[in-house]
Design a protein around this ligand. Structure first.
Ligand code: PPE
Length: 310
């Protein structure tokens, strides 16, 4: 089901040092395994035309990890700078020119009571090569989506700005349902029925040359890729409106695409069995995708501030 994963036994940074893959373990009575209080990030590194590799928007990802922990009332036993350095260290140690990086903060063994105020806070950073999240063809041909039967958890009980582990049960179930029904990915509507996001991606709709995406503060993760695309669209003078999107907008449009660190910029060719545009990657998705891959690789990019060279 996950080709390549077993072979990717790269050493992992664990609580301050690099350990062999097999040694990066936690006890079955780790609090987070039972209750889901933990936080994680997904970050990518890319190699540019000049042969140099860089981590994309490292500081922003590490800041969001700390923001997630603040919301989750977890005190990280490292500084943001130490975690940035640790990420660079593990990527260099594993000699990875291009990779996905997964920092995880969780509560270890100790009390198994709900509050778990004194359990050790553990931190791991894994890094391994990872290709296209939604399949190799997805970036060019586009993916097939369904509107999920699950709603995005509402902002009264879901911290939309945090990547808190337990919150992802909602995504896991929606993704499993979509795959079981033969789709590539699900779109979740929020509690009111407005379009929120994919299980691990933000969503963009194009109509008459304007890009629309749900606003920050709605039931979406304010993705770093989303923010990148808003900047790239402004650079390209493509008008963007952050506004509420309905299910009608998913059907009445010229193009749809999704984005995320893992998913990068993935065009959508079908939603609920209805063809989007002409069923192929549209011109605005193609333009934004090209600009995105230039930016992450530092090729012909106006945003060197987004790169931390390895
Ligand atoms: N929404 C959700 C729910 C989400 O999980 C992600 C990231 C995004 C939007 C896009 O955020 P950003 O990566 O900052 O642009 N999903 C991460 C995890 C995917 C997974 O675990 O699978 C990711 O893309 O790394």
């Amino acid at each position: 089901m996950f080709p390549g994963l077993m072979a990717d036994k790269y050493p992992i940074w664990l609580d301050g040092e690099i350990v062999p893959y097999e040694a990066a373990t936690t006890h079955v009575l780790s609090h987070s395994l039972h209750y889901g209080l933990g936080a994680f990030e997904g970050i990518r590194a890319y190699k540019g035309e000049d042969g140099r590799s860089a981590i994309f928007r490292l500081k922003e990802h590490v800041k969001r990890l700390f923001d997630s922990c603040r919301i989750a009332t977890i005190e990280v036993p490292f500084t943001e700078q130490e975690i940035c350095d640790a990420i660079l260290h593990v990527v260099r140690h594993n000699k990875l020119a291009e990779c996905y990086i997964r920092p995880l903060v969780w509560l270890g063994e100790g009390s198994i009571k709900v509050a778990a105020l004194d359990n050790a806070v553990r931190v791991a950073i894994a890094a391994w090569p990872w290709g296209a999240y939604l399949g190799d063809e997805a970036l060019e041909r586009g993916v097939r989506l369904c509107v999920s039967s699950y709603s995005r958890i509402g902002v009264r009980s879901h911290f939309e700005k945090a990547k808190i582990s337990g919150q992802y049960v909602n995504s896991v179930l929606a993704k499993r349902e979509a795959l079981a029904n033969g789709f590539d990915e699900a779109i979740l509507l929020d509690a009111q029925g407005f379009v929120a996001e994919g299980t691990g991606e933000n969503i963009f709709v194009v109509r008459d040359g304007t890009i629309f995406t749900p606003p920050r503060g709605s039931s979406i993760l304010a993705g770093i890729t989303r923010d990148t695309l808003l900047t790239l669209a402004a650079d390209a003078e493509i008008p963007v409106r952050e506004e509420t999107i309905t299910r009608s907008d998913l059907y009445l449009n010229d193009e749809v695409f999704m984005c995320g660190t893992a998913a990068e910029v993935t065009p959508v060719r079908e939603i609920d069995g209805r063809m989007i545009g002409n069923g192929r990657r549209g011109p605005i998705a193609a333009r934004i995708q090209k600009d995105y891959f230039h930016a992450v690789r530092g090729n012909h990019s106006n945003h060197p501030e987004w790169l931390t060279y390895i």
